[in-house]
Design a protein around this ligand. Sequence first.
Ligand code: NG6
Ligand code: CA
Length: 516
Amino acid sequence: MKLSIFFAIIIVVFSACSQRPGDSDVQKPNIVIIYGDDVGYGDVGAYGSELIPTPNIDQLAAEGLRFTDGHCTASTCTPSRFSLLTGVYGFRHNANVLPPNAPLLIPVDMMTLPKMLKKAGYETGIIGKWHLGIGEKGVFTDWNGEVKPGPIEVGFNSSFLLPSTNDRVPTVYLDGHRVVNLDMNDSLFVGSKKYVTSKKHVTQYPDGRTNREAMTYYQSSHGHNNSVTNGIGRIGYMAGGQSALWDDETMTDVFVEKTKDYIKKNKEKPFFLYYAAQDIHVPRTPHPRFKGTTALGYRGDAMVQFDWAVGEIMKTLEENGLKENTIVIFSSDNGPVYDDGYKDGTTVKTSKEEVDRGHDGSGIYRGGKYQIYEGGTRVPFIVSWPGKIKPGVSNALVNQIDLMGSLASYLNVPLNDNEAIDSRNTMDAFLGKSDTGLASMVEEARNVRALRRGDWKYIPDLGRSYGSPKMSKQLYNLANDPGEQNNVINENPEIAKSMAEELEKILNGESIRLNR
Ligand code: NG6
Ligand code: CA
């Protein structure tokens, strides 16, 4: 008897002393990232949009901290998502917009945000757009079996996915490792044109019409005519899986339902939810109840739909008594775009036309998706944690890539030197305790990487950035020229030189976390 009491005391003392990583006195809030797709700085009411009502996102901003200089790492999806989930810049791993049947881009042995949070005792889940590749490199991915490696293998306990983008095949949902509603008698192939056409499969031409005729709803303006699902052309070749095809108009409803289930199921433990919306990426297919809710066509209407989803997520947190103890981070993977492949009735083709109608998706900033100018990566960025974060506006320079390093520090999870090498601890800025954000950071576009240092922005002459003329070196002072109109490189050669050197070091592999 006495001996067992002795051992019990020993065990209690021992477990109190041997803290595992992530065990600490800090409160472990739930963490919810709500990520938009192509949502620009100016597409949200709280950021100045007047023609798109976004009351739920505005409410989040009113209750939390709204960053005016918050960034994704790149002006396209894949590298931004890669950085968000790994704390490493996409250019270090050749992260570019991935084709439909690309293998998993994140190495399975790499430290990730969800893996780090698991160490801290979190349940981790992803619902929505993935676009970081699935399957093994060099191995043909069989979509009829266990589709992996993917999010589960890089740290998510559960996943419900739109595997690539909504304009790419396969147009099916993936629940864990399995395609949802797949009929084994109608197997699903994602691959080369030769293979798919030799199968003469129905998803290419659902009702026997020609490709051109089939796409009356969403005519492709460029590059979206390889396969057709629901009358909408897509990038990439696919055959079979008829019973598993998603319905575009109810996609947001499906993700919201899955999110409600996830929150209810995990409300007793600390959880991390990465809600990656497909709104407002092309093809913009708002549910009929949102169609016509703006004067800006489907792009605006899809944004209203996204805002509705944000409201539903917030309501679910509240109903489950979780709002007080949940950090909600709202942001986007890149800046705005208008015609991105479909004549979808969005009513405008270019940002200029949209501006003429009274809306500018990138606000006062220049450029948007694909581009190296601020509009490419400066996106809505709201962090809310009721009771902990004082509502307000912060002008600190912050970046999604730093969420990993910040949360790891906050939760006392040690990171090895080779992990999250570009992710710094800016938790004080995220919590509004400090107005000082990053001293400098990289901005990435196709073929071009720029450096921000305070208000300065340096863009080297690395080539062509989509939508921009071939560039010579540029230096802007955003303090008096936020729209990047006046290249002042000739007047400030020393600043440009020193920024070019800093950028070069980073591009050559210098760990930002360990050096800055
Ligand atoms: C581009 C597509 C565009 C969109 C984008 C990815 C063409 C001509 N354009 O290559 O439609 O799919 O990739 O968008 O195919 S992102 O938000 O996922 O980066
Ligand atoms: Ca995007």
